[in-house]
Design a protein around this ligand. Structure first.
Ligand SMILES: *[C@@H]1O[C@H](CO)[C@@H](O)[C@H](O)[C@H]1NC(C)=O
Ligand SMILES: *[C@@H]1O[C@H](CO)[C@@H](O)[C@H](O)[C@H]1NC(C)=O
Ligand SMILES: *[C@@H]1O[C@H](CO)[C@@H](O)[C@H](O)[C@H]1NC(C)=O
Ligand SMILES: *[C@@H]1O[C@H](CO)[C@@H](O)[C@H](O)[C@H]1NC(C)=O
Length: 353
């Protein structure tokens, strides 16, 4: 039950052998041991080491309700815990104020409700990696005033933008380290730009196509250390701010591994090796400019056409009249001939003459 016990028994045997103790002493010690067993209570399917404040559980159906108050480092893995609620970490009606590290990896956690960690006022490290988060309340992290490390690697893959913008992180002012590796993020989470004290960010193994100017300014302002790769970067002009920053910073710890994914001719090129010319937006600007130019020319032509119509309205009317007359003459002639050709009596008469 207790990880400490084997060691304790070992000491005990040595003590008993060396002391050559009698039966009464042995019984007294067994009594003491039973007493110890009661105080080092540990929830079912968990193992505890009280002297280091460590408790670890596997294959549970929920967070235990009887977590001892001495626990500093709690780890629950491989369990079926779908929701974290306001009362989840309440033990025996009170806060777990000694808990500083909480590891909840691989638990199928889907929802984190408001005030879920409220009972853990001294939490410093929280690991929620390898879960299936689809809903995180904007108040989920309220009360975590000392939280410094948050790990969310492969924790919310496939969630919608309501979650992936990470606005729910705005309450965590003390955060220093954030890991959001492997979440399929399509763009840099806008909510992160509101965090001001971050010192380390790992946002690799996502689907981010570019780090725009705002993001780069945020990196610079915070002087933050970042891991950015792998991500399928599109190396065009929108990345130029990032590229010129990359040339003059040591903040990107994996700068050597950053590769272009698109455009096709740059696929696989190291972003660091790009010539300034190769990501100028010359083509794109030209294309936009030519579309605009084409539009203006079309509009001008239309305008001129309308003006010509307007100025020549008399002439046009005359021409139309002439055209109509001509048509009428033509039609009448045709009609006449047609009638002549198809009138059987006329043709008979004609042949009879
Ligand atoms: C996991 O928990 C949910 C609800 O708490 C339950 O419906 C489901 O059957 C559980 N799954 C397993 C494998 O125990
Ligand atoms: C639970 O709380 C009660 C009173 O607050 C206390 O007497 C009892 O020892 C506590 N039990 C545990 C396991 O902490
Ligand atoms: C990257 O993330 C995907 C899920 O998005 C995961 O399947 C894959 O194992 C991750 N790769 C590494 C190297 O961790
Ligand atoms: C390079 O970075 C330093 C400080 O990090 C800054 O003072 C300098 O202006 C930067 N140079 C360019 C060209 O951005």
């Amino acid at each position: 039950m207790s990880g400490r016990q084997p060691h304790f028994y070992g000491n005990l045997t040595v003590f008993l052998l060396s002391a050559k103790a009698n039966c009464i002493l042995i019984f007294k010690l067994i009594g003491l041991l039973n007493l110890l067993n009661v105080t080092v209570s540990c929830p079912l399917k968990c193992s505890c080491i009280q002297e280091t404040g460590f408790m670890q559980c596997h294959f549970l159906q929920g967070i235990p309700k009887d977590i001892p108050h001495w626990v500093q480092n709690l780890s629950v893995n491989g369990s079926n815990i779908t929701t974290l609620q306001a009362a989840t970490f309440r033990s025996n009606g009170t806060q777990l104020s000694n808990l500083t590290t909480l590891v909840l990896t691989n638990n199928k956690i889907r929802t984190i409700e408001s005030l879920a960690f409220h009972e853990l006022p001294n939490l410093i490290t929280l690991d929620l990696s390898y879960n299936v988060l689809h809903h995180i309340s904007n108040n989920a992290f309220v009360g975590l005033t000392h939280l410094k490390v948050l790990r969310l690697n492969q924790a919310f893959w496939g969630a919608d933008t309501k979650l992936t913008n990470m606005r729910w992180l705005k309450n965590v002012k003390s955060l220093r380290t954030l890991e959001i590796f492997g979440n399929g993020l399509q763009s840099f989470p806008s909510g992160l730009l509101e965090i001001e004290n971050l010192q380390f960010l790992n946002i690799g193994n996502n689907s981010i196509k570019m780090f725009d100017k705002m993001t780069v300014l945020w990196f610079k302002r915070l002087n933050i250390w970042v891991y950015l790769s792998p991500n399928p970067l599109v190396c065009d002009c929108k990345l130029s701010e990032m590229i010129s920053w990359l040339r003059n910073t040591t903040q990107v710890l994996d700068a050597q591994n950053l590769l272009c994914f698109a455009p096709e001719n740059l696929n696989g090129t190291r972003v660091n090796n790009l010539e300034l010319d190769s990501f100028k937006c010359l083509n794109e600007n030209l294309e936009t400019a030519s579309y605009v130019f084409f539009g203006i020319v079309l509009a001008l032509i239309g305008l001129i056409f309308l003006m010509v119509l307007y100025l020549n309205r008399r002439g046009i009317k005359k021409w139309l009249n002439n055209f109509r007359e001509a048509c009428r003459d033509q039609m009448e002639g045709y009609h006449y001939r047609y009638e002549q050709d198809t009138d059987p009596r006329r043709s008979n008469a004609a042949t009879g003459i």
